[in-house]
Design a protein around this ligand. Sequence first.
Ligand code: PAF
Length: 288
Amino acid sequence: MLEVLDTLVAWRARTDAVRRGGATLGLTMTMGGLHRGHASLFERAAASCDVAAATVFVNPLQFGDPADLAAYPRDLAADLAVAEAAGVTLVLAPPIEEIWPAWPASTATTVHVAGLADVLEGEGRPGHFDGVASVVTKLLVATGPCTAFFGEKDFQQLCVVQRLVADLALPIEVVGCPIVRERDGLALSSRNARLSAGGHRAALTLRASLEAGRAALAASPCVEHALEAMRRVVAGEPLVTLAYAAAVEPSTLRAAVEPPRGATVRLLVAGVVEGVRLIDNVAAVVGP
Ligand code: PAF
């Protein structure tokens, strides 16, 4: 039976009670718009913890573009059905005033993860990761000790969260989970629903560019060649505007310049298709 709470006080009391009863808590934070990618996180939480919990909150602080915020899907009943089917038994779905009482005025306290928040997606979306880090910190503090599951699809977000949890010594274990893809390889995202069939086909070049980069790095340690291969693939698809193609050291997100053979780097790509910003990434081992 799914229990849905909407205040931080009730959430804190309920998650405390779970732990006091000797059970472990697995948390997945979401903004709703739930799909199979989220369900895979819920299932992982349910399989590895006694109680699988989830938050559903569309966080306005992480949207730079008001149109993007307005277009974000909101259907709590559908989200709860997805969560329950995937083994979640406890949900926090707070109204905006519960999390950001002063909204649309800003709060005095925000969380900024220097360095990690300012590159890649952070460059194209100023303030985005401050919004993410602030809400994640608030929700983690309210939840208390737990294991928190984050998808690798938002690889930079995962790094930001890992770093803030370490820096603030929060009693949380962060677990990164593999990207879930459509059958044709497109990384699942609630934004995919905004693409036409042609846009969807065009978006597949993002994955193709990562594969080209991965193959290039497996054959030679030259990062610049790999990045050129990635850019070439995207340039061949007129419906996609490349935002960036990058190869980074996976925990610092610093550009991988001369990675040694055998090292694993993360290749990331972002592009805009039919006005929709999409991201994808993959691990690549430097060869030969
Ligand atoms: O990944 C998301 O859906 C959001 O960025 C998160 C972690 C729920 C914070 O609002």
